[in-house]
Design a protein around this ligand. Structure first.
Ligand SMILES: Cc1ncc(COP(=O)(O)O)c(C=O)c1O
Length: 361
């Protein structure tokens, strides 16, 4: 069997959910499990949080159905709402909470045949300018929905654009915009993603929406996950499958882009871009071989990558951590010019996930 596995520590996941809840005592939280639970496996993540999470948030009806299959009574929030009118009935059947973020979605909800009334989350565009009503249209939508038989709870939701950058002036403006419509009667309000849960208590409202923090990565460039009390959930582990001496002046890998400046020992690792490791990761991106930090060298290929072992002692068969318990995913992401979110969600299907249960970890 190819030596590459993503080990998912479900007790770390539960710990991180508890951290989110502790940040905002008395509030409820939708665990954000879209994109296959940020690459961790939605079925296993929802099962682990089954008795702990107040609800789950997803990006599509298909993802909602996956959550419903393992949790019969959880609140499940469809963050972008229904993509076509016919989905409203399916949302009723799945007993979802749905965002309503534009006039077409509003019309679809108002025109839906009688069925299970839905909890509606009116989405306010408070400044991100991606989805949602501006304040005036939101007031009109509120009026249209209030007392409508298809609407159970009438709720308010919005999303921050820059909460991960501490002190960003847009965050203050978005919060003000949100507070400005609170003269309307809403049953529940939700504004905070991970960054706001961790650092902006004024944004906590009634329902939190933690995503990245659940998986033990940081939303901030200047605050590490461990400083925030978060534990890494995914550890991506490969193996050293070959080792060779390369004389000064010889090149390694595709494009012969890396040339040894000294006599070197080069290791080949069983992980490549078809597994989700970023192909654009530059020279020097950290990799842990048998617990020792070494630099990536050469181009990442489809199934393998290469590292410089000259300064350490290593043996073929050694375990190699690409990210996880000992090497924060955020550090690798930063080296590769991306964010932990992207690395985690891009681990491909061919990488087997191995789950550590509560008892095992
Ligand atoms: C609407 C919405 N809420 C919450 C989240 C969770 O954000 P984070 O992963 O930064 O906590 C997301 C993720 O992108 C989102 O789109």
């Amino acid at each position: 069997m190819r030596p590459l596995v993503a080990t998912i520590d479900l007790s770390a996941l539960c710990h991180n959910y508890a951290v989110a809840k502790r940040c905002a005592p008395g509030r409820e939280a939708f665990a954000v499990v879209k994109a296959n639970a940020y690459g961790h496996g939605v079925r296993e993540v929802v099962t682990a949080l089954h008795d702990i999470a107040d609800g789950f948030a997803v990006a599509s009806l298909e993802e909602a159905a996956q959550v419903r299959a393992v949790h019969d009574h959880a609140r499940i929030l469809l963050l972008e709402g229904c993509f076509e009118a016919a989905e409203v009935q399916l949302a009723q059947q799945l007993r979802l909470d749905i965002a309503v973020q534009n006039a077409a979605q509003l019309d679809a909800v108002l025109a839906a045949p009688a069925g299970q009334p839905l909890n509606i989350w009116l989405k306010l565009d408070s400044g991100m300018h991606r989805l949602g009503f501006d304040s005036d249209s939101l007031r009109a939508a509120h009026l249209a929905l209030q007392g409508s038989p298809g609407c159970a709870e009438l709720n308010l939701i919005s999303h921050f654009a820059c909460a991960d950058e501490r002190g960003h002036e847009l965050t203050e403006r978005q919060l003000e915009c949100f507070l400005d419509v609170l003269d309307l009667d809403f049953d529940q309000r939700s504004l905070a993603n991970s960054a706001a849960i961790l650092l902006i208590p004024a944004a906590h409202m009634d329902w939190l929406r933690p995503g990245i923090m659940l998986y033990g990565a940081t939303p901030f460039a200047d605050l590490s996950a461990s400083e925030l009390g978060l534990k890494p959930v995914m550890t991506l582990t490969a193996q050293l499958i070959a080792q060779r001496h390369v004389a000064a002046g010889e090149s390694v890998g595709y494009g012969a882009s890396w040339v040894a400046s000294r006599d070197s020992v080069i290791g080949t690792v069983s992980c490549g871009y078809a597994d989700g490791y970023p192909r654009h990761a530059p020279l020097g991106t950290p990799v842990l071989v048998d617990g020792q930090r070494v630099p990536l060298i050469g181009r990442v290929s489809m199934d393998m990558l290469t590292v410089d072992l000259t300064d350490i002692s290593a043996t073929v068969g050694d375990s190699v951590e690409l990210w996880g318990k000992q090497l924060p995913v955020d550090e690798v992401a930063q080296a590769a010019g991306t964010i932990g979110y992207e690395l985690l969600t891009k681990v491909t299907e061919r990488v087997p996930r191995r789950y550590l249960s509560h008892a095992a970890s």
